[in-house]
Write a protein that binds this ligand. Structure first.
Ligand SMILES: Nc1ncnc2c1ncn2[C@@H]1O[C@H](COP(=O)(O)OP(=O)(O)OP(=O)(O)O)[C@@H](O)[C@H]1O
Ligand SMILES: [Mg+2]
Length: 195
């Protein structure tokens, strides 16, 4: 036996687990798994909760908060602006837009590697237009949307669905190396009639 093997054998003997340790390890593993799934649940609940910020202060303040809380906290610059006269929208529509901006912002922090972003909310008499732009690495939109690996039903497809339910349109322009721009347009009159 070589010296190294001897040392290993000795060490192995020294740390050999006492009877029952494997059971304890399994229990720890189980409770770790449980904590992780509880955390996932909590995160889901928080995500689903309609933030009172949105009810109380409206979409613009809530969108500003999202940008500050996610992007700026991650060290990404935000150029935030509104165009036109800000007004409160039907609450379902505000929720839709809030969720879409939330997903876009989350995607930027998670995937884009961006330094700068710009978010604009344009209020017109008959429509609202939201644009979220980043100068990150960009991606192949077609591929991302048709990917079958989408068990959670959130993400880009969820955004599109939410916007289409509100009779709006969502377009994503992205190119590897050139960043991403998401534009959403929702007609207001029609939305008001339908909600
Ligand atoms: N702003 C972005 N910059 C770069 N890549 C992006 C951006 N937004 C999305 N992507 C790419 O598109 C893919 C699909 O995004 P999508 O939001 O649908 O899913 P996800 O973020 O991976 O998961 P989740 O379901 O949690 O949202 C991402 O995995 C990422 O590769
Ligand atoms: Mg996503």
């Amino acid at each position: 036996m070589t010296a190294g093997a001897l040392a290993l054998a000795g060490r192995h003997h020294f740390i050999a687990p006492p009877a029952g340790t494997e059971k304890v390890r399994m229990r720890i593993k189980k409770s770790q798994d449980l904590s992780i799934s509880i955390l996932d649940e909590i995160n889901k609940l928080i995500y689903e909760l309609r933030p009172s910020l949105l009810d109380d202060l409206g979409l613009v303040a809530a969108a500003r908060w999202l940008a500050g809380n996610n992007l700026e906290t991650a060290g990404i610059k935000v150029d935030f602006k509104t165009v036109g006269k800000e007004k409160r929208l039907p609450s379902q529509l505000e929720t839709t837009l809030f969720r879409v901006i939330q997903e876009a912002v989350t995607n930027i922090t998670r995937h884009a590697g961006a330094k700068n972003t710009s978010i604009s909310l344009q209020f017109k008499r008959s429509l609202i237009r939201v644009s979220i732009k980043d100068d990150g690495k960009g991606f192949d939109v077609e591929e991302a949307i048709t990917s079958r690996d989408r068990p959670r039903g959130l993400g880009l497809l969820g955004m599109k669905e939410r916007v289409e339910l509100a009779k709006g349109t969502l377009s994503i322009r992205s190119r590897a190396g050139y960043g991403t721009q998401i534009s959403i347009e929702i007609p207001l009159k029609q939305a008001v009639d339908n909600w």
